[in-house]
Write a protein that binds this ligand. Structure first.
Ligand code: COA
Length: 689
């Protein structure tokens, strides 16, 4: 049963019962319609209490239905049915009320909420606007500014905030009981949100809201439309506003942005440990982190935040003091931003030890090495860990590029080792690449997944190769950018083209942030194995010679006078002219579309090879990596979802065209050809077992 109904005395109870989150699918809508009819036939009812079974009131429309045409009864009809009931309805918001769930509460005469829960309209995060009256009823209840704040950002509010803005009427630890006991007199004369007068037009709030969405949701259609709809609610009749809202909801629901955002939403939920691994993880209580530099300190802080005891191991006592300072900086910054309380900060400090004595980690069940990227250094560290930690402790390396199998080969039991590739800042970035070496055992893998869950991160398993999934695609992206730069464009033209595509910043500005020296070290490491026939673009090496390492030297691809904002640097643009001249090239004036085509095709092709080699298990794993680790626009669904939206035919055709210029660099991946031949998408491509 998706909706339960019963009566006790003069109170009717209607309870949403659709585990796990009471998503409002067809069965719930039909059940609610039946409940509305049932209420109409019952005599002498005081009121109806509407609540949800489990931890949610209702998590909104069932997004799995969005790919198919809508089926009656529709949610707006359910909402209207509740509103038109002769008996007052009271929402007992026992748990999360989101989207359609929150819209159901707006149809009720009264709202009682548990103090521990939240209520909100996250529809824009799935690329749609509220579809059952949210944009019309909410402003009539809480005003334009507060409605914009909720609907256009998609951010839910706490129960207390809901009370302070007039969204809910009462807080109660037991909302169902409180709703049951409400006196009939309390409900008499309470006006429905729909019957309130339109909210006062608030030009300032509309302007600020539009500025906010232009910045935060650039290129996304739903947030801006939500504000337009809220504006409509101020001057037009409810029925008109509802019709406009519904039309936008249905259009967006079947549009590419919502499809992409839903894809990422479900991919995130799919990125969990396979069932058979769940029970195998080692218990986590005390974790050792080797190296307390920027990355190590970020990892240590993330672990402390998850309530773990952390020992940061350093080379000597001075380095240990520096490591503590590095973690302390993050603790202080988090405190200053109100992310943690003074008490939390004190707990973090108590649970942190920084030392050069490996025996301090003698009872750690997991160690994460985040030291200098040198095979010799890492081998020595893992020998020390092996000697000091329990024999079944899991050992992880945070290496970005080095061969996990070579590190493992040095251990007595290589099955204990895996890669845990964090992204800087490690306490903020959601992605965790779990690198599975040839000998990585099930227990190590399970522990990687368990750690990701504990830290609230999104785990993606990657095989061993240079750069794993993310950095390997990034290296190809940069190579393509440097080629376009040398052959015709400037870094700022390239950056602008990618920002227009939806990246927060282009490849050059991003590299100035991380530093040009890291990629340089990688290029030198790859010298020995690079295909001598492959074109090599020397511009980045010239930058190193000039000492332009990025923001840290106040000059990289851009200049940063006084450490401030970026300024285009004609000297950098001249480097390309010079190198093109040395190479005897005639430069091409690429359009922004051509720039995007080259950079995106390069990444898609590399990603397809990554699938081919089994480095990533699925296209959606690559989507998660690109969205959560590399700034690929979420609303485009990740690199492979975007590729599928173009279609493999077009991609292969474009690559074949580019291959006329350079057959080595632009050779189309066998996966793309296979998809084309079999008429399948990248999302559906799997390696044969
Ligand atoms: N439609 C369909 N399925 C949904 C859903 C929705 N609106 N919300 C959650 N689910 C599913 C998840 O896919 C997951 O399914 P799975 O177990 O098969 O993987 C399951 O419900 C549990 O969700 P999960 O996100 O893993 O649980 P959680 O406790 O971490 O978070 C929520 C719960 C409700 C906060 C979160 O699921 C959420 O934000 N949902 C979307 C809310 C929303 O945007 N509603 C508006 C829709 S237009």
């Amino acid at each position: 049963m998706s909706v339960n109904m019963h009566r006790v005395g003069d109170v009717a109870f209607v309870t949403l019962d659709n585990p796990p989150v009471n998503a409002i699918g067809l069965s719930v809508r039909s059940g609610l319609m039946r409940a509305i009819e049932w209420v109409a036939t019952e005599q002498n009812l005081s009121h109806v209490v509407l609540s949800g079974v489990g931890k949610c009131f209702a998590a909104g429309a069932d997004a799995t239905e969005f790919d198919a045409p809508p089926k009656a009864p529709h949610l707006p009809d359910v909402v209207a049915g509740i509103e038109q009931s002769d008996v007052p309805w009271v929402a007992a918001i026992n748990g999360l009320a989101l989207g359609g769930g929150a819209e159901l509460t707006l149809a009720c005469n009264y709202r009682v909420i548990s103090p521990n829960t939240k209520i909100g309209f996250p529809e824009v995060t799935l690329g749609v606007v509220p579809g059952a009256g949210g944009t019309q009823r909410l402003p009539r209840l809480i005003g334009v500014a507060a409605a914009i704040d909720m609907i256009a950002t998609g951010r839910p509010v706490s129960a207390a905030k809901g009370l302070s803005i007039g969204l809910v009427d009462v807080l109660s630890e037991d909302p169902v009981e409180a709703a049951t006991k409400i006196e009939k007199s309390t409900l008499v004369g309470i006006r429905l949100a729909a019957n309130n007068p339109s909210a006062q037009l608030d030009e300032d709030a509309l302007k600020q809201g539009r500025a906010m969405v232009a910045k935060k949701f650039a290129n996304q259609i739903a947030p801006a439309k939500a504000i337009d709809l809220i504006e409509i609610s101020c001057s037009k009749a409810l029925a008109y506003g509802l019709a406009q809202e519904r039309e936008a909801f249905l259009t967006f629901r079947s549009g590419p942005q919502s499809k992409a955002l839903r894809h990422v939403f479900f991919a995130e939920r799919g990125a969990r440990a396979p069932k058979q691994l769940k029970s195998l993880a080692v218990a986590l209580d005390h974790v050792a982190v080797v190296g307390g530099g920027t990355m190590g300190a970020g990892i240590a802080y993330a672990l402390l935040n998850a309530g773990l005891k952390v020992t940061v191991l350093e080379t000597d006592s001075e380095a240990a003091v520096r490591a503590r300072d590095n973690v302390e900086k993050i603790i202080k910054a988090s405190q200053a931003r109100g992310l943690i309380s003074d008490r939390d900060a004190a707990d973090r400090r108590t649970n942190l030890e920084t030392t050069s004595d490996y025996s301090s980690a003698a009872d750690a069940t997991l160690a994460i090495e985040a030291a200098f990227e040198s095979m010799e250094v890492k081998k020595a560290i893992f020998e020390a860990l092996q000697a000091n930690l329990p024999p079944d402790a899991i050992l992880a390396t945070n290496t970005s590029y080095l061969d996990v199998d070579e590190i493992a080969a040095n251990l007595d039991d290589p099955s204990r080792l895996l890669g845990l590739h964090f992204f800087a800042p490690a306490h903020i970035m959601k992605l965790l690449e779990i690198v599975k070496g040839a000998k990585t055992g099930q227990m190590a893998l399970a522990t990687g997944y368990a750690l990701a869950t504990r830290l609230g991160k999104i785990p993606v398993v990657a095989g061993v190769c240079d750069g794993f999934i993310g950095n390997r695609i990034l290296a190809r992206y940069r190579e393509a950018a440097d080629t376009v730069f040398m052959d015709g464009s400037t870094p700022w033209e390239i950056d602008d083209a990618m920002v227009e595509f939806g990246y927060a910043m282009g490849p050059y500005e991003a590299q100035d942030l991380s530093g040009l020296d890291i990629a340089h070290a990688n290029r030198r490491r790859q010298d020995a194995t690079r295909d001598p026939k492959r074109r090599y673009v020397p511009i980045a090496d010239r930058m190193i010679e000039l000492g332009k390492l990025g923001r840290k030297t106040s000059a990289g691809w851009y200049r940063y006078p006084g450490g401030g904002s970026k300024v285009e640097d004609p000297i950098v643009a001249d480097l390309a002219l010079e190198e093109a001249h040395f190479a005897g090239l005639t430069r091409t004036d690429y359009t922004a579309d051509q720039i995007r085509e080259r950079l995106l095709m390069a990444m898609i092709n590399e990603a397809a090879d990554i699938l081919f080699e089994g480095i990533a298990a699925s296209a959606s794993d690559i989507d998660l990596v690109t969205v959560h680790g590399y700034g690929f626009p979420r609303w485009r669904g990740g690199l492979m979802h975007y590729a599928d939206s173009l279609g493999v035919d077009l991609i292969v055709q474009t690559l074949d065209q580019l291959a006329i210029e350079d057959p080595i660099v632009w050779r189309a991946s066998p996966v793309l050809r296979d998809c084309q031949e079999r008429g399948i998408s990248l999302a559906d491509w799997r390696r044969e077992a």
